[in-house]
Ligand binder design. Structure first.
Ligand SMILES: N[C@@H](CCC(=O)N[C@@H](CS)C(=O)NCC(=O)O)C(=O)O
Length: 214
């Protein structure tokens, strides 16, 4: 199995889940941007991912998945005993999908305009930053009552939320209004699997030169 990833991006979520499952997938670093390439061999990444974005999971039989929430659910469902996702068909599974959709459409894509797309200019970034506040407040209220997104146990939604909400810190956003979220980021960041995923990405980047942009 190969995970195509770019450091500091949303591909960190499936990487965390791979570590949670103890799967030693091959890491393939991608230099995203207008001409995305696989760092190791310079292959045009759009041959694999039509829109050139990470994450992308290549299975051992060559099949490909290239949407983060699909990859997360695929990995969890291959290992139902891991408890990383409620059983397909259950109400709890729909709740999980509700959270994954929220993180994807209401958080992830609000961070993107000013994090990865400077071509949008300042105005959309400022609007996105403003619109994020009530969404972060909503998450904060939820985490004040629940240790994890789904309540008492870590799930794929936590791998995704940690990755995306963590960008708030990278952007030096003030998280004081969101103490439960702030504490959650600290706590999830201390998980062995999260630290291990980070260490592996750092090591991988050291072996091969760091991409010019990410
Ligand atoms: N819909 C995709 C979006 C993934 C995405 O936005 N990836 C970003 C990194 S977080 C990326 O590779 N951007 C490069 C680009 O848009 O050119 C998903 O949810 O997996």
């Amino acid at each position: 199995m190969k995970l195509y990833y770019t450091p500091h991006t949303c591909s960190f979520a499936p990487h965390i889940v791979l570590r949670e499952l103890g799967i030693d997938a091959e890491l393939r670093r991608v230099r995203i941007g207008p001409d995305p390439v696989v760092a190791a061999d310079g292959r045009d990444f759009r041959e694999l991912s039509p829109l050139g974005y990470v994450p992308l999971l290549e299975l051992d039989d060559g099949r490909i998945l290239h949407e983060g929430v699909a990859i997360l659910q695929y990995l969890a469902d291959q290992h139902p005993d891991s408890d990383l996702a409620p059983a397909p068909g259950s109400f709890e599974r729909i709740e999980l999908q509700q959270w994954l959709t929220f993180i994807s459409s209401e958080l992830h894509k609000l961070f993107s305009p000013w994090l990865f797309h400077p071509e949008y200019g300042d105005a959309p970034g400022a609007v996105a930053r403003e619109r994020l506040q009530p969404r972060l407040a909503y998450i904060d209220r939820h985490l004040a009552q629940n240790a994890y997104v789904l309540g008492k146990t870590f799930s794929i939604a936590d791998a995704y939320l940690y990755t995306i909400a963590g960008w708030a810190r990278a952007l030096k956003m003030d998280l004081h209004p969101y103490p439960a979220l702030d504490a959650y980021l600290d706590r999830i960041g201390q998980r062995d699997t999260v630290r291990d995923a980070l260490r592996r990405e750092r090591e991988d980047a050291r072996v091969k030169p760091e991409p010019a942009s990410a």
